[in-house]
Design a protein around this ligand. Sequence first.
Ligand code: HEM
Length: 136
Amino acid sequence: MSGQFSSAEVSKHSSKKDLWVTIHEKVYNISSFVDEHPGGEEVLLDVGGQDATEAFEDVGHSDEAREILDGLLVGDLKRAPGEAAPKTGATDKIAAGPGGRSDSGPGFGIAVYAVLLLGAAVAYFGYNYVQNQEGK
Ligand code: HEM
C-alpha cells in the first residue's frame, strides 16, 4: 500500500489501533509498533496523526530504528500549496553534520563555551586577587 496523503488525512489516524505519523515528508503507519517501542507507547500516541520528525530526530534514533520505519511506510506526504513546512531546523543540522548524527541540539555548544569562558574569567580574576592580597 502506498500513496500520497495530505496532513489532514494523516491527522485522522491518531488512535492507538490506527496510528500514523509523518517523518521527513513520509507517512508511516506505526500501529503495529506502538507496543514494541523501547521508548514507550505514550510518546508515540502523543505524536499520532502529526509530524513527528523533530521528536524522532531529537532522540537520536539508531539506524535500526530507521529500518523499522522503512517497513511501516504507507506513502508520501502531500503538502497543500502554500502549506508551511514544519520546523525541522535541528534536523537539518543533524543531517548536514559529518557523521549525519548529533547528540546535542542547536545552541548547546554555545552554552558550553559560555560556561567555560565564565569559569576562566572567574579563575583569572580570583588568581589576581589572591596575588594582590599576598603582595600586601
Ligand atoms: C515513529 C517511529 C519510531 C520508531 C520506529 C522508533 C524506534 C525506536 C527504537 C528501535 C528504539 C531503540 C533505540 C534505537 O534503536 O534507537 C527507540 C528508542 C526510543 N525512542 Fe523511539 N521510535 C519512534 C518514534 C519515537 C518518538 C516520536 C519519540 C518521542 C520522543 C521516541 C522516543 C524514544 C526514546 C525516548 C527512546 C529511548 C528509550 C530508552 O533507551 O530507554 N521514539 N525508538
